[in-house]
Design a protein around this ligand. Structure first.
Ligand SMILES: [Zn+2]
Length: 274
């Protein structure tokens, strides 16, 4: 039997036979529904690390400041760095969209590859969030000459759609520490949702942190299937008639439910308190 919910979504638990009620907060729903930039970025970093897309300290997420178009929030590295899996709110700082950040707390440093976030956000006004991580599966598939093609269907429809539209490759394995390199990368990304950085990692974008993180997860899932399938021959792409049958289930299903599921996993592992 499911308990009724009040207007805030909290479950109303009847107490005794009287009319009084008490509310029990759902910690997963509370966290998953957060709109706090620092909490979203911290949770996103933890999810990416937990799912194996970011080993140890390498990777970051940014979010354009909704109040000030010249600023963004980004995961930085402080004196107490413990890796992406343990990212906290205090690791997230507000930095300018252009140039070198100043005024960060003592011992805190913006990512070396901040120009990835700055130049993608400058080039793509439709993008609010940028993920940069180094998923081994995607790097290995690309280095092995395996293009991420629409080989799956209902297995992962958003991944199939990303591959159908093309997943571009930035062909340089450099550390993107300068604006000119960030611009090159943004050009390679073009108007696509995600891009592979050869011998390096990926960039995934979104209108929200949730969307960018889930796109990164989908890219990783497609790379894993591509690697497995190619071990036994070259898999065919999905036939046109099957592609035509596959619905777009929408962001609420594709992004919000997957995000919430991942927040629940983090909560179960004791890693959701950022
Ligand atoms: Zn990198």
């Amino acid at each position: 039997m499911s308990l009724p919910a009040d207007a805030t979504g909290a479950t109303v638990v009847p107490t005794g036979t009287h009319t009084e009620t008490s509310t029990v907060r759902d910690p997963v729903a509370d966290r998953a529904g957060s709109t706090d930039p620092a909490e979203l970025i911290a949770l996103g970093c933890r999810i990416l690390a937990f799912q194996g897309l970011a080993e140890d300290i390498l990777g970051h997420i940014s979010l354009r400041d909704a109040e000030d178009p010249d600023m963004l929030y980004v995961r930085c590295r402080g004196a107490g760095e413990r890796g992406l899996l343990f990212t906290g709110r205090s690791d997230v700082h507000r930095v300018p969209l252009g140039g070198t950040p100043s005024g960060l707390p003592e011992g805190t440093k913006a990512p070396n590859e901040l120009p990835i976030h700055q130049e993608v956000l400058k080039a793509r006004l439709d993008v609010r969030a940028v993920v940069h991580v180094h998923p081994p599966s995607v790097v290995a598939a690309d280095l092995g000459g395996l293009e991420l093609r629409p080989i799956v269907g209902a297995y992962n429809i958003p991944a199939m759609r990303m591959a159908l539209g093309g997943i571009p490759v930035y062909p340089r394995g450099v550390l993107v520490t300068r604006a000119d390199l960030g611009k090159e990368l943004a050009e390679a990304l073009g108007d696509r949702p995600a891009c592979i950085l050869r011998g390096h990692g990926i960039v995934a974008t979104g209108a929200t942190v949730q969307e960018a993180v889930v796109r990164a997860l989908n890219l990783d899932a497609l790379a894993k299937i591509t690697l497995s399938a190619n071990a036994h021959g070259v898999p065919p792409v999905l036939p046109d008639e099957d592609i035509a049958e596959l619905p777009d289930l929408g962001g609420g299903f594709n992004d919000e439910l997957v995000w919430r599921t991942n927040v629940a996993k983090m909560h179960h592992a004791g890693l959701s308190s950022v």
